[in-house]
Every structure is written in structure tokens, then in C-alpha cells.
Design a protein around this ligand. Structure first.
Ligand code: GLU
Length: 438
């Protein structure tokens, strides 16, 4: 059984990059009949807030990405403590006492010699007496995971074969001096305990993965498969501030529908074209990490707006009924949806149907033509009123093309352009139509 997880830290609202990661985790699980978990990474008590947990849940629900289970790291501290104690006892985690300033100085010395800034493991040489003295001075240790000096290999589902050398990486700090956890070890413990089979996340985590591979081994667990996705860029270049602030609230305010976000983010950065596909099923069906490229994917709000419009054109009445003005029925929606960029724009066209509409300024000839139209409108059968009206007027006045249609559209809708008149006129109705033509 395939198990994926989306693991946000509730220190803010989700931005478009997070949404994309959540979507791909969900799609991969759905594609393979697996489970998609929401894991709230709330070990950082100071920065995690309940309102963000709620916002994360609401955003996923709005997109239709329903988790098959939810876990919270803050409920699992006992478990982390137990694994930590085992690893300390096994010598895999060790205390270190350097201050940030000391570490910084050592890095500078290494850099001066042209060496990589790898932690020198001085803490491993401390004797019990040294540690006692340091603690006597009031120092509290932070804790590092001891990496084995061996090659670290995995076959990334997006990036292909990956190779790191444990000897060239710093032993990562897994716990701070105040006892709080860094993300690395709890995440591994959770992935093991929750049976996560595939970790899908941004490529900013690649070097974390290298160290986490050894943590899985230290737990006697087989590491999951990894897919590290190229990051999104904005129009203004890599990791723009703007992208970091674009979330569901913004998209909703802009009238973007969840289907549009899904259609775009499902394909962005893949070799498949972005298409306005309303039903996620075919998107899920074709989802494959092998189709993702390694180059950053460009997120363009203009493209999203276009996809959104083309999605809106297809949405069935039942999907939007609650969002439409009072009284606007299925026929009215069908008449106008092809002219909308956003569902909310339907209200403008509904006002055109219900009136009153602006009175066009017309020349004498057109005014006479409209008077004829008003008379004809009163006599036609009104089964296909637009075809009947224009047919009769063409025969009677000899007008055709724009000269025939435009004055009618202007009088009936107050506008030069808009939805097909054959669909609009029945909605306007005979009485109102005659009044507007008159
Ligand atoms: N909480 C981590 C983050 O948001 C999770 C990373 C992961 O998926 O392992 O970056």
C-alpha cells in the first residue's frame, strides 16, 4: 500500500509551492490506490499556531484534497524521546557544546584554508570530565546525529541517481540545547511509524534527505522512495517573495476556482501541456514523476487566470448554483458561462437579463429599425425568438449582418458584445424585449 504525506509546519498559511507539493502527494496516492496523510509538523511550539492548522485543513478541503488521516508531531514527543534515547545509547547521537559563535569562527577558518565547512566533530573527543566542566559553566548541549563515512545513494523519482558522501557532510543537529526538536529526526521517525512509502517534497530538502537516509538505517528501517521537485519560480525570478505570499485566500479573491489551481499545478513542470481539465480523474490517471523535469517551473498568474476562464466555461450549473445571484437558473448559466472569466462575473450578465439596461444612443434610421423590431417581436411565435425575430426583420427591412444584429443587441442588452443572443433573448422574455426595443 502506497502512503504519502504532506507535512507542513503550521507557522503560516500555505503558499502556492506548498499547495503544489500537497497536490502531488495526493495525486500519487490516488493514482496508486494508496493513502494520503496530512502531518502537522508542529514541534516548534513558539512558532506553530492553531489558526494556521485550521487554515491548512480548510485550504486542502477547498481544493478537494481530503487526507485519509491526520497526524500531529506535537502528540508524539514521547516517541521521539524514546528513539532519541536509543540512539544516544548506541552512540549515534552525541552531545556537542559549541556556541554559534565558536562554530562560525571554525567555519571561517576552514573557508580560509579552502576547505568545506564540515563540522570537525570536536565534541566526540570530549571526556566525561570535559563535559562536566562545560556543564558546570552553565553550558547545555545540543545534539548531533553521527553520520557514517560512507556513500549515500538513492534513486530519486525525479532527479534520478543521487550520490552523497557521508564523510563530506556535517553531522546534523537534531535537537537544540533547550530540548526542542529540529525537523530531521522526528520526520524520519514519523515516516517509519506511519508506513510512509514515498516522500514527495521540494528539492530544497535534497541534502536533508542525504542525512535522513542514514537515520532510517539507524532505525533499522528501509528508507522510503523520494521525489524531490524542482521549485517554482515567479515571473520575477527564482523564489520570489510574491510566490511565498500567494495562497488560497488570494486565489479565491481573484475568482480562481479550485479546479483551475489543480489543472495548472498538476502539470506545471511536467512534459505534459497544461489543459483546462475540470475533473481531476484524468489528471490523476496520467500522473507520473518520470514526466517531471529538473528545471524550475514558472508559475504565472496570467496563465492561471486563463486556465480558470476555460474551466469556468465548462462548469455545470450544479457546481456553481450556490454562487449565482438569486433566480439565476440553469438556462441562464448555460447562456452566459462561455463569456465569463470568473463565476462572479455571471452576476453582470444576470443584471442584463433582468434589466434595466442602458439605453443606446442611436441614429434615426436605427431607431426606426428598432421600432419595427418591437412590432415584429409582438407577433412572432417566440419559440426560437432570436431566429424568428432576425429572420422576419431581414425579410422586412433587407438589413443583414452587423446592421441587422448590432442595433438589436445594443437595445436588448445595452452592450456591443456578449453571450449568444439566441440564448439570452428567451431569458429576457418577450415583454421586456419589446419594452427595450421600444
Ligand atoms: N515540515 C517540513 C517542511 O515544511 C516537511 C518536509 C518534508 O516533507 O519532509 O519543510
Amino acid at each position: 500500500m502506497i502512503v504519502t504525506r504532506f507535512a507542513p509546519s503550521p507557522t503560516g498559511t500555505l503558499h502556492v509551492g506548498n499547495l503544489r507539493t500537497a497536490l502531488h502527494n495526493w495525486m500519487f496516492a490516488k493514482r496508486h490506490g494508496g493513502r494520503f496523510l496530512l502531518r502537522i509538523d508542529d514541534t516548534d511550539k513558539a512558532r506553530s499556531e492553531e489558526r494556521f492548522v485550521e487554515a491548512i485543513r480548510a485550504d486542502l478541503a477547498w481544493l478537494g484534497l481530503t487526507p485519509d488521516g491526520e497526524e500531529r508531531q506535537s502528540a508524539r514527543f514521547d516517541r521521539y524521546e524514546a528513539v532519541f534515547a536509543d540512539m544516544v545509547a548506541a552512540g549515534r547521537i552525541y552531545p556537542a557544546y559549541e556556541t554559534p559563535e565558536e562554530l562560525d569562527l571554525r567555519r571561517k577558518i576552514l573557508a580560509g584554508r579552502g576547505l568545506p565547512p564540515v563540522y570537525d566533530r570536536a565534541a566526540l573527543n570530549l571526556t566525561d570530565a570535559d563535559r562536566e566542566r562545560l556543564e558546570g559553566e552553565g553550558r547545555r548541549p545540543h545534539w548531533r546525529f553521527r553520520l557514517a563515512a560512507e556513500p549515500i545513494l538513492w534513486d530519486d523519482m525525479i532527479r534520478g541517481p543521487q550520490r552523497f558522501d557521508g564523510a563530506l557532510l556535517s553531522d546534523p543537529v537534531v535537537r537544540r540545547a533547550d530540548g526542542s526538536w529540529l525537523y530531521l529526526l522526528p520526520s524520519v521517525i514519523d515516516d517509519v511509524d506511519m508506513g510512509v512509502t514515498h516522500v514527495v517534497r521540494g528539492e530544497d530538502h535534497v541534502s536533508n534527505t542525504a542525512t535522513q537516509m542514514q537515520m532510517f538505517q539507524a532505525m533499522d528501517a528501509t528508507p522510503p522512495a523520494f521525489a524531490h521537485e524542482a521549485l517554482l519560480t515567479g515571473n520575477e525570478g527564482k523564489l520570489s517573495k510574491r510566490l511565498g505570499s500567494l495562497g488560497i485566500d488570494h486565489f479565491r479573491n481573484e475568482g480562481i476556482e479550485p479546479e483551475a489551481i489543480i489543472a495548472l499545478l498538476a502539470r506545471l513542470g511536467t512534459s505534459d501541456p497544461v489543459e483546462p481539465i475540470v475533473d481531476p480523474a484524468p489528471l490523476v490517471e496520467g500522473f507520473d514523476f518520470a514526466r517531471f523535469g529538473r528545471a524550475p517551473a514558472r508559475f504565472d498568474e496570467g496563465e492561471l487566470a486563463q486556465v480558470n476562464a476555460r474551466i469556468v466555461h465548462q462548469l455545470p450549473y450544479g457546481r456553481v448554483a450556490d454562487l449565482l445571484p438569486e433566480g439565476m437558473d440553469a438556462a441562464a448559466w448555460a447562456a452566459v458561462r462561455g463569456n465569463l472569466e470568473r463565476v462572479s462575473d455571471a452576476a453582470d450578465w444576470w443584471r442584463v437579463v433582468t434589466g434595466p439596461v442602458a439605453r443606446p444612443a442611436l441614429g434615426e434610421e436605427d431607431a426606426a429599425f428598432l421600432a419595427t423590431a418591437a412590432r415584429v417581436a409582438a407577433t412572432i411565435a417566440w419559440e426560437s425568438p432570436w431566429a424568428e425575430l432576425t429572420g422576419a426583420l431581414k425579410a422586412e427591412t433587407g438589413r443583414k449582418g452587423k446592421a441587422l444584429f448590432l442595433p438589436l443587441r445594443l437595445a436588448l442588452t445595452g452592450r456591443e458584445h456578449g453571450p449568444d443572443m439566441a440564448a439570452l433573448l428567451p431569458l429576457i422574455g418577450r415583454e421586456a424585449a419589446i419594452a427595450r426595443l421600444t
